[in-house]
Design a protein around this ligand. Structure first.
Ligand code: GDP
Ligand code: GDP
Length: 434
């Protein structure tokens, strides 16, 4: 899992411009492959070989200029809780403002590294103006221009140095499940229903990161770790149904898990926050199980579950090969099924298809339906293999891999899914030069 960097600051200082600059290069690639619109406020990037997640906290605010101090303060506090390092952005054009000072006051109480980034220093004559921000009292201060990129290299050099080392992979091979979802979806109720009494807890392993904790459970004959984050465990102080909170709370848990159990509230349906969390898990290539909770509250007719399921699948296109289970944490209904399914998804994610079997199945399919010729050139796929990665990734070797387009890649993915069970698991298909 990678470290989390939060960008905070008042509106219009240039947070999202900077965020986009960081994310653009990589996400453009991911977009082309998955065909999925990216989250505009969360993404991954890397610098000097260090990968990290970036979250533009301001992006989750509903308003623009009229956003209240109180909201910003809450976001800053949450960033302090959840991030490994904080970029505090200010605007040289406006100079030091009262709002900057109050953000600084909150950040000073944090032990996390804070980088004051003076933005919109587009030219040298603005450079001197940046000095006034030393008054905020932070050691690291960088002047940048998010628009033209100047100064960003120096900032990123120091930023990645401050991030915690990548954790060691735990030796044990137990599935790690994270229960994620909006506030009030029923996550705590589900976990309580699941774990029953405390005696089922085998050990309480201190997480390898500061905030995430793996607790090992042995239930219904399954052994697994529940990834618990500070956010889930300490019943959140703030109960507001803000998109920002659920996303921010989920990032660490998702990154730390193998399978995300995404909990929906059946009385509310699949909303944009649910979608955000879903794609967060998908982009991190985690296994996913969707639980539609509070099913006891839904009035049912013949087709209710079917229609409900279809509506969710529409929302998660094109990654629709995901288990959807209707549960009631309150009545402990289908809790067993939920965990059983999560274990199946875990197994799908760690599955290895022997190369010979893969070729025996896939090559005839490809022969029957080869990639369309482009500019009179024929693409020949000769061989395929599953890569030795923690999640399913496949390489297909061809004479002209650059001519294989996205529809054909999706065709191959679908055939893999039809022939081998990859339910609940994102898979990647690459075409490479033979
Ligand atoms: P946010 O509200 O903090 O996310 O700010 P935005 O990223 O939306 O930027 C607010 C405005 O400042 C936009 O019009 C940007 O084009 C502009 N802006 C952002 N970065 C720079 C910069 O480095 N130099 C200049 N001159 N303008 C910038
Ligand atoms: P969390 O914020 O996601 O951890 O949600 P909680 O577990 O705290 O649940 C929020 C509210 O929904 C509480 O009042 C629960 O009693 C209620 N709730 C949770 N699961 C169910 C369910 O399956 N059926 C019903 N009717 N209520 C539920």
């Amino acid at each position: 899992m990678s470290a989390i960097v939060a960008i905070v600051g008042r509106p219009n200082v240039g947070k999202s411009t900077f965020f986009n600059r960081l994310i653009k290069r990589r996400e453009a690639i991911v977009d082309a492959v998955s065909g999925v619109t990216r989250d505009r406020h969360y993404g991954k990037t890397d610098w000097n070989g260090v990968e990290f997640s970036v979250i533009d906290t301001g992006g989750y605010l509903a308003g623009g200029d009229d956003t209240f101090q109180k909201e910003i303060d809450k976001q800053v506090n949450l960033a302090i809780d959840e991030a490994d390092a904080i970029i505090f952005m200010v605007n040289v054009e406006d100079g030091l403002t009262g709002m900057d000072e109050s953000v600084a006051a909150l950040l000073r109480k944090s032990k996390k590294p804070v980088f004051v980034v003076v933005n919109k220093v587009d030219s040298n004559n603005r450079r001197d103006d940046a000095h006034e921000f030393y008054a905020l009292g932070f050691e690291h201060l960088f002047s940048i221009s998010s628009i033209n990129g100047s100064g960003t290299g120096d900032l990123l050099d120091e930023l990645v140095k401050s991030l915690p080392e990548k954790e060691q992979k735990e030796e044990e091979n137990l599935p790690r499940f994270a229960v994620v979802g909006r506030p009030n979806a029923g996550k705590s109720s589900f976990i309580n229903a699941l774990i029953g009494e405390d005696r089922y807890i085998v050990t309480d392993i201190a997480g390898t990161t500061r905030d995430a904790i793996d607790t090992r459970y042995n239930r219904f004959g399954f052994e697994f770790n529940l990834v618990d984050t500070a956010g889930i465990r300490r019943k959140s102080k703030v109960k507001e149904d803000l998109e920002f909170y659920s996303v921010m709370r989920s990032i660490r848990a998702i990154e730390h898990s193998d399978v995300c159990i995404l909990m929906l509230d059946a009385t509310r349906g699949f909303e944009s926050q649910d979608a955000n969390i879903f794609w967060l898990a998908q982009r991190n290539r985690k296994g996913i199980v969707i639980l539609v909770n509070k099913w006891d509250l839904v009035e049912k007719e013949n087709n209710t579950a079917k229609a409900y399921e279809a509506a969710i699948r529409k929302e998660i296109e094109p990654f629709t090969d995901v288990p959807i289970i209707f549960v009631s944490a309150l009545n402990k209904q289908r809790i067993y099924k939920a965990i059983e399914t999560a274990v199946e998804v875990y197994n799908n994610r760690t599955k290895r298809i022997p190369t010979r079997q893969l070729n025996e199945v896939m090559l005839p399919i490809i022969e029957n339906y080869p990639p369309p010729a482009i500019k009179g050139k024929y693409v020949k796929i000769k061989f395929c293999t599953q890569l030795p990665t923690p999640m399913p990734q496949f390489a297909f070797f061809a004479n002209l891999p650059q001519y294989v387009k996205d529809p054909y890649r999706r065709f191959i993915e679908n055939k893999l899914r039809e022939n081998f069970d990859f339910k609940g698991v994102p898979i990647d298909v690459y075409f490479r030069q033979k």
